[in-house]
Design a protein around this ligand. Sequence first.
Ligand code: ZN
Length: 510
Amino acid sequence: MREFEVGGTIVNISAKASADQRGNAVLAGLEPAIFFGFFEELSAIPRGSFNEKQVSDHIADFARARGLEVYQDEIWNLLIKKPGTPGYENAPTLILHGHTDIVCESDEGVEHDFKNEGIKLRVVDDFIHGTGTTLGADNTVGVALTMSLLASDDIPHPPLEVVLTVQEEVGKGGAQHFDGSKLTGKRLLDMNWHDPKSLFAGCAGDISARFKIPLKWQDRAAGQKTAVVRVSGLSSGHSEFDIHLERANAIVLLGRTLRLAMKETAIGVIRVNGGVNRYVIPGEAEALISLDASGLAALKGAIEAEAKAIAAEYSVSDPDLKVTLTESESRASSVFAPETARAMVSAMNLLPNGVQSRSLVVDNLVESSNTVALLYNDQDRIEIVSTIPSAVSSRRYNIVDKIRELSELIGNGATVETFADCPEWPYNPDSRMLAAGRAAYEKEFGEQPHVEVSHSSLELGLFRKKVPDIDMLSIGPEAFDVHTTRERLNHTTVDSTWRLLKALLSELRT
Ligand SMILES: [Zn+2]
C-alpha cells in the first residue's frame, strides 16, 4: 500500500502552482496534472457551506487574471463568461456548472477546524482521501475541471457561462438565489456526477420538512442520576445516493431506545441531539437523561439486550453500530415535560424513514424516500428535520402530508413547516446534450456509456425553473461515500472524465 502524507495542514500552495512547481504537492505526479494542481489548490482553502467567500474570491481572481468576465453575487455565487474558441464563436452557449462548498464532517476524536483549515489530502493506491475528514471531491472535482478548462487555450469549446454555486450542500441556497436572467445558454453541463462510465440524465426533486414540538419543561427531581443514551458507529452515507442500502438511522434508533427506556422506568430528558446535515443519514444521536439510581440499574440491562437485538438486525448494513447507556453528569435543573418527551419519541419512531417507493420505469431506482436527518432542541422547541426526495412531485408532497398528519395525531402543539422545495429534472431520451454525450463517449472510448437517472436531487432541478427548456447532462469521475469521512476519489478515473469533457465540448459546435 502506497501512502503519501504531509504533516500539518496544506495552506501555502500558490494559486499559480503548476505541475512542475508542485514538487512537494501531495497530488504531484497524478494525471491530468492541470486538474490535480487545481484540486490541491482548492483543497487548501476552507470552504464549508456559508464559508465560500475565500474560495469564490480566489476563483474570481483566477478568472480576472485571464481576462474573463466575472460576476460575483452577494452570497458569492460566481458566473464567469468565456467566448467560444475559433470556429465555435457562434455555437450555442454552454453553461458549465459545479458548486464550491463541501460537506464538513470529521471522524470521532478528530479535531478539524473547517472554518480555517483546508483538507489534508492523502493518496492511498488509486484513491485520494481526506485525513479523518470528508474529502470534498463533491464538488471540488467540478470546480477543478472548470478551472482546468478556463486555464487552457488549446481546447475547442462553445461560448461558456460557468456557474459555480454556494450552499449546495445545505438546501441548494446558492442556486435558489442565483439570478438566472444573467444566463443566455439553454444547454448545461454539470460536473457533480460520480461515475465515469455513465452519463447522468435526470434526477429527483426534494423538499425538507421541519417537525416542531413546542418544548414544555418541568423541574428535575432532586438527587437524580444523569446518563447518556447514545447510538453511534453507524455507516451513515448520503441520504439520497445511499438510501437503497437500507442503512440504520441513528435518530430513529435513539427514538426506539428512548421508547424502551420510558417503558422500563421514569426518565426525564434533558437534551437531545442527532445528525449533521439534511443530506446525511445520521450516524450518531444521543439523549441526556435524568433518572433515579434504581431506574439506572434496571435500564442498563434492558438497553444492553436491546442493543444486541439492534446490532443483529443491522449486522450487514452497519457492522459497527453501538447503542450504549453511560452514566454522566449534569447540573441541569429542568427536564422536558413527560408529554413533550413522549410526543418527541413518537415522532422519532413514526416519521416515515427510508425507501418509500421504487421506480417501475427505471430499473433499480428508488423513486421516493425520506431521511429523518436532524434532531435537536433549544429552550423553546424540539425540531426533527426530514429530507424527502422523489422523482414524482405528487408523491413527494404526499409524504409531506403524511408527516403533517402525524403532527396532528401527536398533538402537543406539533407543527410541520416545509422548506427548500426543489423540482425534479425528468429524464428526456431525446435530449441534444444526451445525444452529444453519447457521441463523445463513443468517439473517445469506442463503446456506449450507461445512462443513469438518480434518486438524488441536484441543483439542476432549480435551473429548470430558471431557464425554461434547458437541456442538461452531468458527468464526473468515480467517487465513493461522499458526505462521509470515507469519501474518496478514484484519481485513475479523472483522465477519462477530462477526455470526455473535451470530446463533448468539441461535439457541441451545433
Ligand atoms: Zn454533495
